[in-house]
Write a protein that binds this ligand. Structure first.
Ligand SMILES: [Zn+2]
Length: 318
């Protein structure tokens, strides 16, 4: 797949029917939780924080159908922005990221405690008490462009340690999130360096590429293997296969769109390196955007170039 920015990528994945998970327990709809009644961490596997990122939903549906159950602690499967997902239309696959606002920019007390209302805030408030009890969160996402899978570890050392301990994906991005609002992976205890609760966000590949669903499932198995809450024989061999060599990229700059006319100089897809400091790789109105140093790596260049939102992150290989 080599479609340029602005072109549509093929929708190779089909959104699974999740209706069976609607009333799956005493908690919120589309949340399925198994408590082993034995000591151990509360592990949450999360999909559909963005309604059109269907690879995570496919992976969780497959795990549920395979009857993966914890023998320690608690295992929760959650489909987050189900209202957006239910509107998914493969003719307009970009359109259902959210209904009213980005679910992944709401995760600070100020936003969640405000009276302001939206489809996403209602769902976030519904899930919040449960998320407050999660010790280990895997948050499955996908990307606008085809790009190697990325583990977004957040800014803390504990997040990086978790990404390394899980062992996949091979590329770890150490980043602090967005100017537009706090991500779920950076919410509450996950962002407290002195608290053991931890989170990993994984960008599994292009939103609708077949291999993104396979990546989501593999990462979920690896995460469960790391968490140690399901019997070893419930996990496939692939969860114990040799790990790829990981590399860490530290995000140093976040480029936020300032004008109505932001454009990249090339159809970047992510992980490209700008060889020379000062080289122009985008324009925001009349302002050239330059590489801050040699070998600057572009992380997840956006196709949604909206004022106040992140256009791209710049990182350095460490
Ligand atoms: Zn996402």
């Amino acid at each position: 797949m080599t479609a340029a920015a602005g072109e549509a990528y093929p929708v190779e994945l089909s959104p699974p029917d999740l209706s069976q998970y609607r009333n799956a327990g005493a908690g919120p709809d589309y949340v399925i939780s198994y408590d082993s009644q034995t000591d151990g961490p509360h592990v949450m596997l999360m999909a559909l924080v963005h309604g059109n990122e269907i690879c995570g939903a496919i992976a969780l549906d497959q795990l549920l159908q395979r009857n993966i159950r914890p023998n320690r602690g608690r295992l929760t499967f959650a489909f987050a922005n189900i209202a957006a997902y239910q509107q998914f239309d493969r003719r307009y696959p970009e359109a259902t990221r959210y209904v009213d606002e980005d679910f992944n920019r709401l995760w600070s007390a100020d936003k969640l405690d405000q009276p302001a209302d939206s489809s996403e805030r209602r769902r976030a408030r519904e899930l919040r008490p449960l998320i407050d009890t999660v010790d280990l969160l895997l948050d499955l996402h996908s990307m606008q462009h085809p790009c190697a899978p990325l583990g977004l570890s957040g800014p803390l050392e504990k997040g990086r340690d978790l990404a390394i301990a899980v062992g996949a994906p091979a590329v770890i991005v150490v980043d602090a999130g967005h100017a537009g609002g706090r991500r779920l992976r950076d919410y509450g205890r996950f962002a407290d360096p002195s608290h053991p609760a931890n989170a990993l966000l994984v960008e599994c590949g292009q939103h609708w590429a077949k291999e993104s669903a396979a990546t989501a499932l593999e990462v979920a198995y690896r995460f469960l293997a790391y968490a140690g809450i399901v019997p070893r024989d419930a996990l496939p061999e692939t969860a114990r296969a040799p790990l790829p060599k990981q590399q860490v990229i530290e995000v140093t700059n976040r480029i936020t769109v300032r004008t109505e006319d932001f454009r990249f100089t090339e159809p970047f897809q992510g992980l490209e390196e700008i060889p020379k400091a000062g080289e122009i790789f985008a324009h925001d109105g009349t302002t050239p955007i330059r590489a801050p140093y040699d070998n600057a790596v572009l992380i997840m260049p956006s196709r949604r170039l909206v004022q106040g939102q992140t256009a791209v992150r710049i990182g350095r290989r460490v």
